[in-house]
Design a protein around this ligand. Structure first.
Ligand code: NAD
Length: 366
């Protein structure tokens, strides 16, 4: 069976890291139909919109979407609807991608690249599940106006709306409890119920859904404490589930525990497990074009794609084993380099993963 993958490289390092992920997919002995389309700033330049209709249609028709990264400071002055980042929000909305999986795994070979003490992160394997389509990022009304009350009536002010409906919370809670069943059966729901009505509701609904999962342990934690615990004792977590904004912030903090944001894959899934797969980082304009970006987060995102959307867990495992092997060989891009290891560029790292996969294939085939 041929699997259709929409390849959306995007901007900055997006094109560099995507080339490596495609290279890896191409050595797997699987049948893919990969079609590439512009997205983000590249699409704005080519077609006048960060998410052109043709790109959206390609993503809708595909079995899965592999996404690089979008954005560049040079687009900051564009009106908001034309900025590159709108492409990712549009894809999430039009594809119904509501569950964002961000695993934060600290490879034993990289414990020294973490900003925390090695003993705090060695063996770290947590999964942050972030709700993607609700919360203050999408709540209406929002905008700017003249204040009629508050501390400075008559002053210019800006406002956003935080909101979650019950079905939105229920479906992400189910995703979290089901994911926990495949791991260590523990969920921490992160909220701000002590201050925000929206998150008192979140807490109540998560607790209600939990009654259907008596085999899974649930605890609740305020987001400020969760941030503190993530850097104090991150291994105490297993699955964390939270809203859109808290998840955005906590998952980036968790990224650093693993050594580099360049190591972190992610998946955004719809209700049928169709998904968009992307590294957790952005387009890194500061290093774009230098050939030094770490492609492993994108390569590991391709592995997640094979596992979650394309039903190819063995191929996914081969990619993961190959990444483990190249790290064991001591190869490091600049972001994870340390004394005594060998610094390589984006392309060399991709080549090494390809070599590790083809070596194991030859061994398996004898
Ligand atoms: P960023 O993730 O692009 O970069 C943050 C830092 O991490 C930079 O120092 C960068 O060099 C480094 N970095 C990121 N990925 C790396 C990799 N693979 N290898 C080595 N180092 C890496 O975040 P930012 O600088 O805040 O944002 C840059 C642009 O990306 C902005 O336009 C932002 O809006 C956009 N962005 C896009 C996405 C997305 O496409 N999903 C996500 C976040 C940010």
């Amino acid at each position: 069976m041929t699997m259709k993958i929409a390849i959306l490289p995007g901007d900055g390092i997006g094109t560099e890291i995507m080339a490596e992920a495609v290279k890896v997919l191409n050595v797997l002995d699987l049948k893919f139909e990969m079609e590439t389309a512009p997205v983000g700033g590249a699409a704005y330049e080519a077609k006048g919109h960060p998410l052109p209709e043709s790109t959206l249609q390609l993503a809708k028709d595909a079995d899965a979407v592999l996404f690089g990264a979008v954005g560049d400071w040079k687009y900051d002055k564009l009106e908001r609807s034309l900025r590159p980042e709108q492409a990712i929000l549009g894809l999430r909305k039009h594809l119904g991608l509501f569950a964002n999986f961000r695993p934060a795994i600290c490879y034993p070979q990289l414990t020294h690249a973490s900003s925390l003490k090695p003993e705090l992160v060695a063996g770290l394997d947590i999964l942050i599940i972030r709700e993607l389509t609700g919360d203050i990022y999408f709540g209406q009304p929002r905008g700017r106006r003249t204040a009629v009350d508050g501390h400075f009536p008559g002053a210019d002010e800006a406002f956003d709306t935080m909101r979650y409906s019950k079905p939105e919370i229920e479906r992400i809670a189910h995703v979290a409890f089901q994911a926990a069943r495949l791991r260590n059966k523990r969920v921490t729901s992160v909220d701000k119920a002590n201050v925000l009505e929206t998150f008192q509701f979140w807490k109540d609904v998560v607790s209600e859904v939990h009654q259907q999962y008596p085999d899974v342990e649930l605890d609740h934690m305020y987001v400020d404490n969760a941030a503190m615990q993530l850097v104090k004792a991150p291994k105490k977590f297993d699955v964390m589930v939270t809203g859109n904004m808290f998840g955005d912030i906590l998952s980036d903090a968790a990224a650093m525990l693993t050594g580099s944001i360049g190591m972190l894959p992610s998946a955004s899934l719809d209700k049928n497990n169709k998904g968009l797969y992307e590294p957790s980082h952005g387009s890194a304009p500061d290093i774009a074009g230098k050939g030094i970006a770490n492609p492993l987060a994108t390569i590991l995102s391709a592995a997640m794609m094979l596992k979650f959307s394309l039903n190819q867990p063995e191929a996914a495992a081969r990619i993961e084993a190959a990444v483990d092997a190249v790290l064991s060989q001591g190869l490091r891009t600049a972001d994870i380099w340390s004394e005594g290891t060998q610094k390589v560029g984006t392309r060399e790292m991709g080549d090494a993963v390809v070599a590790a996969i083809t070596t194991t294939t030859k061994t398996i085939k004898g």
